[in-house]
Design a protein around this ligand. Structure first.
Ligand code: 5BU
Length: 266
């Protein structure tokens, strides 16, 4: 199937080359799954990406939770992600003023040099997006920002009026790739999609085939329902990396997400 057929209006309206790249890979693999690779050792990460890389469309990292992190091992890990044709998304949740966020793209982890996407809160104002874009520009790379419009965790403070303002400011900024939405609540997602419009991506954590409450306030909704409600990518962590059979789980999430997309555009 061609991406234009699978994605319909989202493909037509997308202006971001990164979004088009993601939709192409997702169509090739018939998977709208972003793997949240939350393992604490480099060996665990390598094992995971080698097993499930073919069944996911993007890789989400938390570079600062790895116990035995080294720059060399990380570069190799990023190479494995490229080999599997994955965009690399560092879920850093930047929140500082623009110039400091720019500097935080460098530092020990040098996020600007290997990430294609990063998350940011808009709590400090819209200049954070320019700061992050300047970070990529400093190393002659392009990237996209996913703004947290909603979160999946219980009791979070991203209230509807805040969400609407994030969307208002984010939809008009070319450095914004899209928004993080709450995958656990299809009604919230539907509202988010109606305010975002058709151009920008909405990616959603808080999805699991076992719907309900997760650890420490995490909430889970059904992956296909999230896509039907307007999500373009389901972010799945423990549903895959803690599964007794990560490959079978990755395939199951891929199938659910792909069916959701076909149904959405059907
Ligand atoms: P899980 O194991 O599928 O619950 O992992 C979810 C991942 O998504 C994890 O890496 C979180 O940091 C990330 N996440 C989230 O769960 N909820 C949010 O609102 C945001 C990110 Br933003």
């Amino acid at each position: 199937m061609e991406p234009s057929e699978a994605w319909g209006v989202r493909w037509e309206m997308a202006t971001s080359p990164l979004a088009k790249r993601y939709m192409e890979v997702a169509t090739d693999k018939q998977s709208l799954v972003c793997l949240a690779a939350d393992r604490n050792t480099m060996a665990g990460l390598f094992e995971l990406i080698e097993a499930v890389g073919p069944f996911v469309a993007a890789l989400k990292t938390h570079v600062d939770l790895v116990d035995d992190w080294t720059a060399e091992a990380w570069a190799q890990f990023c190479q494995s992600a490229h080999d599997a044709n994955l965009l690399i998304f560092e879920d850093r949740k930047f929140a500082d003023i623009g110039k400091i966020s720019r500097s935080q793209m460098a530092g020990v982890y040098d996020i600007r040099s290997w990430s294609d996407l990063v998350t940011a809160h808009l709590i400090s104002g819209p200049d954070i997006v320019d700061g992050l874009q300047a970070g990529w520009a400093d190393v002659d790379r392009n990237g996209g920002v996913l703004l947290l419009a909603q979160m999946s965790s219980r009791g979070n403070l991203l209230h509807p009026a805040y969400t609407d303002e994030v969307v208002q400011k984010g939809t008009v900024h070319s450095g914004v790739f899209g928004f993080i939405g709450n995958g656990s609540r299809p009604d919230e997602l539907q509202h988010l999609r109606s305010t975002v419009g058709e151009e920008k991506m909405i990616w959603t954590p808080g999805v699991n085939l076992a719907v309900g409450d997760g650890e420490m306030g995490q909430r889970y909704g059904d992956p296909a329902e999230a896509v039907l409600a307007g999500s373009d990518c389901i972010i799945v962590g423990s549903g895959i990396h803690k599964s007794s059979d990560p490959v079978a789980s990755a395939k199951a999430y891929a199938l659910a997400s792909w069916n959701g997309l076909i149904q959405r555009n059907g």
